[in-house]
Design a protein around this ligand. Structure first.
Ligand SMILES: NC(=O)c1ccc[n+]([C@@H]2O[C@H](COP(=O)([O-])OP(=O)(O)OC[C@H]3O[C@@H](n4cnc5c(N)ncnc54)[C@H](OP(=O)(O)O)[C@@H]3O)[C@@H](O)[C@H]2O)c1
Length: 296
């Protein structure tokens, strides 16, 4: 299909790294006319062969469409890529990963240039983009009107979940989920370090690990209920005193196996501290309190 004949609105996409290229292919496959720009022009060439218009400059790309999507390395690259672009009357959707504070500042910056602004946090890896049942989606926050206007286009690439008019909300959700993932992968690395040089078939072990982690994630609902209700002893299944005792076994096993405790120790130390404060009848929710750092 010729992307110019679809009657669908044009999308301008800035940034053709792994994620930007996946977004580009999803919009082309869905029949959206697409203008692309990338700092290194050669990355636009394959997409030009697939029906995209390659713009010579970011400003030219921005001028081509009301919906402008930036998918760049970081917030700084968004500022530099758009420095010379006229954003008046544009709807800027920035799906570049950033902090909530960066998103709020970028929203002000965009509004000052006459654009509506929406920040996005992509909960997907490139192969999940444009694949309807992949489970991938994007958090969006900022201008509700701009989101409503472009939701259909956005949804052609990945599920679109609007989480509020505070431009920083999408990045907060995104980074919170990524932070949990980071902790999980830290645990996975430690588990493989324990068993790798032993007589353990790693592929079979991986299946056990995936099933165990999936089963344990159900505990997040109890944590939410405890934090909302304020009673951290409600619905406790595995009390903190027992868990701290268990942690000592985890740390000792690591030492026996010749594995560093550096990934496990910080969390174990926080749990020890909460127990020392007299909260042995809770489970993990009290650690959330310990993590709060007073703002300066
Ligand atoms: N890949 C993933 O799995 C994934 C998942 C979720 C979210 N994300 C987010 O999506 C965004 C893009 O990720 P990616 O995987 O596409 O990254 P990537 O493959 O490293 O691509 C980075 C892109 O940013 C451009 N860029 C870097 N610095 C720039 C600058 N100063 N000015 C203009 N353009 C600049 C690069 O242009 P050049 O080609 O010229 O270097 C390239 O287009 C990131 O914020 C990332 O966190 C990625």
């Amino acid at each position: 299909m010729n992307a110019h004949d679809t009657g669908k609105p044009r999308v301008a996409l800035l940034g053709l790294g792994d994620m930007g290229t996946a977004l580009a292919r999803a919009w082309l496959a869905a029949g959206y006319p697409l203008t692309v720009w990338n700092r290194t022009p050669s990355r636009a060439e394959p997409l030009a062969g697939e029906g995209a218009e390659a713009a010579a400059t970011a400003a030219e790309a921005v001028a081509s469409a009301r919906l402008v999507v930036t998918c760049l390395l970081d917030d700084e690259s968004v500022g530099s890529a758009l420095a010379d672009a006229d954003l008046a009357g544009r709807d800027l959707f920035n799906v570049t990963t950033g902090t909530p504070g960066q998103a709020r500042a970028r929203a002000e910056w965009a509004r000052g240039r006459g654009a509506r602004f929406v920040s996005g946090g992509i909960m997907a890896v490139p192969p999940m983009v444009g694949v309807p049942d992949s489970g991938g989606y994007v958090f969006y926050s900022g201008s509700r009107e701009a989101f409503a206007e472009h939701e259909e286009v956005l949804s052609a690439a990945a599920g679109a979940v609007f989480v509020g008019e505070d431009a920083g909300a999408a990045d907060l959700y995104d980074v919170a989920l990524l932070s949990a993932m980071s902790g999980m992968f830290a645990g996975v690395a430690h588990a493989f370090a324990l068993v790798r040089d032993q007589d353990v078939p790693l592929k079979g072990f991986a299946s056990l690990l995936a099933d165990w982690l999936s089963a344990m994630t159900l505990g997040v609902h109890t944590t939410a209920e405890q934090l909302e209700g304020g009673d951290y002893t409600a619905g406790v299944v595995s009390n903190l005193a027992m868990q701290v005792r268990g942690n000592r076994t985890l740390l000792r096993t690591a030492e026996e196996q010749g594995v560093s405790t550096e990934l496990l120790a910080p969390y174990a130390e926080l749990m020890e501290r909460r127990l020392a404060q007299g909260h042995g009848d809770e489970d993990g929710a009290g650690v959330v309190d310990l993590l709060a750092v007073p703002r300066r």
